[in-house]
Design a protein around this ligand. Structure first.
Ligand SMILES: NC(=O)c1ccc[n+]([C@@H]2O[C@H](COP(=O)([O-])OP(=O)(O)OC[C@H]3O[C@@H](n4cnc5c(N)ncnc54)[C@H](OP(=O)(O)O)[C@@H]3O)[C@@H](O)[C@H]2O)c1
Length: 341
């Protein structure tokens, strides 16, 4: 059975719970990947300027629109993110009361629309709750003066960024809804208290080793914020085996005559969340889109994987690391930049 599940967002839009991710898809492979995904039935694409492949993503979308019978732009839920590290990042987060600064946020969005050859996005997210310091040569990962960590710009406050992103300032003709990514409940409380505008989505790392059920997920449910999970197969960047190799996942897959990826994707969607697996392998793109039913007993077994020591998340594992606390894990607790509201 193909996955066509959708849920309704607080904005009234319907989001497909299974989407297609594009991080670490090289420009040479991503247009085919996007085309194959749309051909297989995916109607939710997760994109980012910082992935440096949106121009090729556009080629995949164009090919699918031309070749997949009946497919139209409005059938695809397209998400992109305002990055911390693009050339306009400094202007993104300044406390945006002045209109020329607001328009710089829109300029950054315009660049994404231009790359994607689209008139509008269905959803635009703030990628990370931090901005990086600008260097004269626009480095993507500027290093701090000690040479050890990414240089975070502490003058950039989230409230300013969110104001710049609010519906008042970004035309609905270009962005249908706005949200955040990698935000903690404290970050979200801060921007909502200051502006009264609640993000529609929080896109976060979530998999059996980083479930966050009693914290972030519970909070999101109370506030009617939709969770989209990334890195559903376990974190790619930490050098540990992916959860696709976990014995319990493999055993469940065996019992259900499914693939380990299908098991993890079904678990990720339990509770009505979205998930955005990345693959550039056409056979995996297709099989990941095949939905399986996951009995409650198996959900419980997978939940129990979370009782094992947690796996550290992406920012602390980047080289150089970011001095930021997102998930409140041991490694992050001493971070200077825990809340930047
Ligand atoms: N907002 C954020 O900060 C953020 C951060 C990270 C990710 N994301 C988004 O989330 C998406 C997914 O996360 P992710 O890229 O970290 O990783 P992921 O989807 O958990 O895993 C991708 C890896 O799994 C492999 N794979 C895919 N399907 C498979 C299958 N059926 N069997 C075996 N291996 C399989 C892929 O290989 P092949 O490609 O070689 O097939 C790739 O190496 C990203 O692409 C991006 O769009 C957002």
């Amino acid at each position: 059975m193909s996955s066509g599940n959708r849920v309704t967002l607080s904005s009234g839009q319907e989001i497909p719970t299974l989407g297609y991710g594009t991080w670490q898809s090289s420009p040479g492979e991503v247009s085919t990947g996007v085309y194959e995904a749309l051909k297989a039935g995916y109607r939710h694409l997760d994109l980012a300027k910082i992935y440096e492949n949106q121009v090729e993503v556009a080629q995949g979308i164009k090919k699918a629109l031309a070749e997949v019978a009946g497919l139209k732009r409005e059938h695809i839920f397209i998400v992109s993110v305002l990055c911390s590290i693009c050339e306009n990042h400094l202007l993104i987060g300044i406390d945006l009361e002045a209109m020329e600064q607001v328009s710089d946020v829109e300029k950054t969005l315009d660049k994404t629309l231009e790359e994607l050859e689209l008139d509008y996005l269905d959803l635009y997210l703030i990628h990370w709750p931090v901005a990086f310091q600008k260097t004269s040569d626009n480095q993507l990962s500027p290093i701090d003066k000690n040479g050890k960590e990414v240089a975070i710009d502490n003058s950039v406050r989230l409230v300013g960024t969110w104001k710049g992103l609010s519906m008042i300032n970004l035309p609905k003709s270009k962005v249908r809804a706005i949200g955040v990514s990698n935000f903690t409940p404290e970050h979200i409380d801060g921007i909502v208290e200051a502006t009264g505008v609640t993000p529609v989505v929080n896109q976060v790392e979530r998999h059996p080793l980083l479930q966050q059920n009693e914290t972030l997920v519970k909070y999101a449910k109370e506030k009617n914020i939709h969770i989209t999970a990334y890195s559903a197969f376990g974190n790619n960047d930490v050098g540990a085996p992916l959860l696709l190799e976990h014995p319990s996942i493999k055993q469940i897959a065996n019992e259900l005559s499914a693939t380990p990826a299908q098991v993890l994707l079904a678990w990720a969607q339990t509770g009505g969340h979205s998930v955005i697996p990345k693959s550039v392998t056409p056979s995996r793109i297709r099989s990941n889109f095949q939905e399986i039913k996951l009995p409650d007993s198996h959900v419980a077994t997978i939940n129990a994987i979370g009782n094992q020591p947690r796996r550290y998340n992406i920012p602390t594992q980047f080289v150089p690391p970011w001095n930021i606390n997102i998930w409140d894990e041991e490694l992050e607790k001493a971070a200077a930049n825990s809340v930047l509201v």
